[in-house]
Design a protein around this ligand. Sequence first.
Ligand code: ZN
Length: 366
Amino acid sequence: MPTPSRVVVVPQQQGEPLQVLDLTLPDPGPHEVVVKQYASGVCHSQLHTIHSPRPVAQILGHESTGEVTAVGSAVTGLAVGDTVMVTWVPKDAAQAARPGTGVTLDLPDGTQANTRSVFTWATHTIADEMFVVKVPSGIDREVTAIIGCAVITGAGAVLHTAGVQPGDSVAVFGVGGVGLSAVAAARKCGADPIIAVDLVDDKLDFAKRFGATVGINASEVDPIAAIRDLTRREGVYDILREPVAGVDFAFDCIGVPVTMRQISEVVRAGEFGRTRGGVAVLVGVPMTPLELDSRFMLLGERTYRASLGGSCSPGEDLPRFLQWHADGDLDLDALVTQRYGIDQINEAVEDLERGRIAGRSILVFD
Ligand SMILES: [Zn+2]
C-alpha cells in the first residue's frame, strides 16, 4: 500500500525556501524498505546541496531512527515492526556490492524530486535496504538519530580511519556534532592529550564535557604554535635535528582551506631514522582543492588521509555506538542541542548556517 508522508523538498530553483509537501511513497521495490521515522539529524553537509545548482528538486537528510512499516520482496534481515536506523553508508560488504537505486518521488506539480542515496527529512521514508540497519528496540527514539552520520563520521574517523591507540596525541579542529563525536571517540580510545580547536570559547568548554583535555581558541592564538608547544618531545629529533613537536593525529571536521592546511601543519614529524610521522585526517566535506607544503610532508614523513563516513560499516558500527551511548562513553543527550518540528525546517537550516547549533540539531516527527 502506498504510504502518505510529509517530506521536505529542496526546490529545483536555487534560493527558494525549502518546502514541506504531503506526498505519497510508492510500494517498496524488491530491495526497499518503508520506515516511519521518529527523528532525523540535520547535517551541515546538506547545506552544500541546498546551495548547489541542481537539475531537479532534491530530498535530503541521511541519518534517522524509526520503525519499519513495509519491506520489499527480496529484503533480508528486516521485518515490519523492527526498530531501525537509516544511514547513507552501505551497511556491510554484501550490501555494498549491490548497485542500489536512489529514490525518486512524484511532486504535486507534476515534476519529481530525487536523491542518489536516502532521505530522512520526512515523516516516512523509503530506502534501499543497504542503508537500513536493525537495532535493538527500546533505544532512545530521538537522540540516536544522529548516529547515522554525525557519530559514524566523527567517531569512525578516530576509531577506524586513524586507528588511534592509548596514549596517542590528538587534535580535533571544529567541535560541532562531528567534531564532538571525534573527541568522545578519542577519549574512548585512550588518547592524551585531546586538543579541541575552534573559534568560540563556549564550544571549547562544551568539548571538555566529551573528553577534550585542552581547548585552543584559534581566533586568539596561532593553533599551530600552541599545539607544537604542548606536544614538544625532548630527546626525539626530526631530520633537521630539532625536537619533534606536534600531534600523532589531527582531524579537520570542517573542511575549509585554512583548517585543511592546519591539520597537515600540526601533525608531528617522524623520529628520523626510527618512526614515521603523524597523520592528518580530513573529515569535513571540502568544496575547494587541497594545498599542502609537500616538502614539509616529505621531510616529516607525514600522512594526509581522507575519511568518508568514518570508514564505518554501519551494520557493526551503529550497534557499537549505541552501546557507547548506553555505557556513558558518548553522551548523545548532550550532543543533541536543538530540536525542531518538520515545519520548522527553514528555521533549522538557518540556525545551522548562522552557527547557532552547539552540537547537532534534530527534526522530531510526531
Ligand atoms: Zn551528514
